[in-house]
Ligand binder design. Structure first.
Ligand code: GDP
Ligand code: IMO
Ligand code: MG
Length: 420
C-alpha cells in the first residue's frame, strides 16, 4: 500500500473527474489515520459501494465510513454550509460517528453563499448566449473561488461566529442581496451547527504527521479540469495538480511521498470542452449504460471516450505520479478491440503534434490517433491471474506513461480490486 507512518500520500484524478477516486479513498482509508479533502467543493461527487449500498460524498472526505480514521476539510476547499450540514446529518442518521473529535473543517476555507450559486447559474446563461457555456455543476464553486481572490468571500472562521458574519455582510452588501429573512435564519442555524467542527486543520495535519500518523489527501475533479493545466476555459476553477494540494491543506510539499493517479480504462467527461478520443453513437450509449456513467453530482449523462495516453503521459509529469490505479476495466469486458489514444495528429498536415495543446484553437486542430489492442472477455483467469489480453493492456499503459499500476479495480464494491 502507499501509506507510510509520518508521511502523506496524495490521490488524484488523471482524466476529467469521476475516475473512481471515492472508491479508492474508501479502500485506502482503512489504513489511514487522517483523510483530507484539499480542493474543490461540492462540484465533486465521490461514490462508495459497501455491501450493495451506495453512498455519495460531496464535501465529506470519502474515508468517512472508517470510524477510526479522522477527517479533514482543508483550507483550499470551498464550502457550501448547507450541503456540508446536510451531509453530516445524513451520515449521523446512518449511524456513522461524525463528532467534532473526529471531523475537522479548516477555519480558513471559503464559504459558498446563495449569491455565488446564483452567479454561477447566471454566468452560465450569459456564456450560453455566446456559445461558450462551460457546463459547470452550478454549485457556486467558481464564483466562490473568484470571491476569495477578490477578498470578499467569508471563510468558515467568519461564518461560524454569527456576529462576525453579520458584520461581514454589512461590509460586503452584495453578498446579502439574495438573502431574505428566512435564508438568514437558516444560515444562522447552520453556522451554529458547524461551529464545533472548525479548527486550524493545517496544524491538525502537521501534528498528525509529526506524531507518525499516515495522512491521505483526497483530490477532487481530474487534472484535465485543472484551471492551469486543463482544457482552459472548459475547466473547474481551482488548481488540482499535486503541487497545489499541499497548499490546500497547509503541509509542506515534501511531506507528500506518493502521488497516486487514478484513471478509468476508458474515459468520461461531463460538461463541455475538448475531448480527444470521444466515442459517439450507439457504442457510446452502450458503454454509458454499462458503466453507469451519469454524474454523481448533477445526474447528467457523461460523454465517454477511449483512454487518452497522450494526455495521461503529460499529466504524469506535471503531477509527478509515483503510482497508477486503473478503474472500471470490467466495463470493457467483451469489447474487442479496445482502443487507446497514442498520439495527436495535426488535422491539416497529418503530422504528429509536438507539445501539448493550450488554446481551444489548438485543441480543435488535433485529431487523436487511435491504437487498437485485443480486448478481454474477463479480467482474470480461473487461476486468479490477469487474463493475457488485460495484462497486455495494463503493460501498454504502464510502458507508455512510465508508471506502474499498483491497483486494478474490478468492480464498484470496496472489495473488488487487485493490489500488485
Ligand atoms: P469519483 O468522482 O472519482 O469519486 O468517481 P464517481 O464516484 O463520481 O464515479 C465513479 C463511478 O464508478 C461510481 O459510480 C463508482 O461506484 C464506479 N466504480 C468505481 N470503480 C469501479 C470499477 O472498477 N468498476 C465499475 N464497474 N464501477 C466502478
Ligand atoms: P469529481 O471530484 C466531473 C466539471 C463540470 C464542468 C467543469 C466546471 O466527482 O471527479 P464547476 O462546477 O467546477 O465550475 O464545473 O468541471 N466538474 C467535474 N466533472 N467530476 C467532478 O468532480 C467535477 N467537478 C467539476 O462538469 O465541466
Ligand atoms: Mg465524481
Amino acid at each position: 500500500m502507499i501509506l507510510e507512518k509520518g508521511k502523506a500520500a496524495l490521490l488524484l484524478g488523471m482524466q476529467y473527474g469521476d475516475e473512481g477516486k471515492g472508491k479508492l479513498i474508501d479502500v485506502l482509508a482503512k489504513e489511514a489515520d487522517l483523510v483530507c479533502r484539499v480542493q474543490g467543493g461540492n462540484n465533486a461527487g465521490h461514490t462508495i459501494w459497501v455491501n450493495g449500498e451506495k453512498l455519495t460524498t460531496h464535501l465529506l472526505p470519502s474515508g468517512v465510513l472508517h470510524e477510526k480514521t479522522k477527517l479533514v476539510i482543508g483550507s483550499g476547499v470551498v464550502i457550501d454550509p448547507f450541503v456540508l450540514a446536510t451531509e453530516i446529518k445524513n451520515m449521523i442518521s446512518k449511524g456513522v460517528l461524525l463528532s467534532p473529535q473526529r471531523f475537522f473543517v479548516d477555519s480558513r476555507a471559503a464559504v459558498i453563499l446563495p449569491y455565488h450559486r446564483n452567479l454561477d447559474v447566471s454566468r452560465e446563461k450569459l456564456r450560453a448566449q455566446n456559445a461558450n457555456q462551460i457546463g459547470t455543476t452550478g454549485k457556486g464553486v467558481g464564483p466562490a473561488y473568484a470571491s476569495r481572490a477578490f477578498r470578499d468571500a467569508p471563510r468558515m472562521a467568519e461564518f461560524c461566529v454569527w456576529d462576525n458574519f453579520l458584520q461581514w455582510l454589512d461590509r460586503h452588501p452584495h453578498l446579502a442581496e439574495d438573502l431574505d429573512e428566512s435564508a438568514i435564519s437558516s444560515l444562522r442555524d447552520v453556522s451554529a451547527f458547524l461551529a464545533p467542527y472548525i479548527k486550524d486543520c493545517a496544524m491538525v495535519a502537521n501534528n498528525a504527521l509529526a506524531s507518525g500518523s499516515k495522512v491521505l489527501l483526497e483530490g477532487a475533479q481530474g487534472t484535465m479540469l485543472d484551471v492551469g493545466f486543463g482544457t482552459y476555459p472548459y475547466v473547474t476553477s481551482s488548481s488540482l495538480v499535486s503541487g497545489s494540494c499541499a497548499g490546500g491543506l497547509g503541509i509542506p510539499p515534501w511531506a507528500i511521498k506518493r502521488v497516486l493517479g487514478v484513471i478509468k480504462a476508458y474515459s468520461t467527461r461531463v460538461g463541455n470542452g475538448p475531448y480527444p478520443g470521444e466515442i459517439e453513437g450507439t457504442f457510446a450509449e452502450t458503454l454509458r449504460q454499462k458503466g453507469h456513467e451519469f454524474g454523481s453530482t448533477t445526474g447528467r449523462p457523461r460523454s465517454v471516450g477511449w483512454l487518452d495516453l497522450v494526455a495521461l503521459r503529460y499529466h504524469v509529469r506535471i503531477n509527478g505520479l509515483t503510482d497508477l490505479a486503473i478503474m472500471k476495466s470490467d466495463v470493457l469486458c467483451g469489447v474487442d478491440p479496445v482502443a487507446v489514444v497514442t498520439a495527436y495528429k495535426d488535422k491539416r498536415t497529418g503530422e504528429e503534434m509536438r507539445g501539448f495543446p493550450v488554446t481551444i484553437q489548438a485543441w480543435e486542430s488535433i485529431e487523436p490517433v487511435l491504437e487498437f489492442v485485443p480486448g478481454w472477455s474477463s479480467l482474470t483467469t480461473s487461476k486468479g491471474k490477469l487474463s493475457k489480453e488485460f495484462s497486455n493492456f495494463v503493460k501498454k499503459v504502464e510502458n507508455f506513461v512510465g508508471v506502474s499500476a499498483i491497483y486494478l479495480s474490478t468492480g464498484p464494491d470496496r472489495n473488488a480490486g487487485i493490489w500488485r
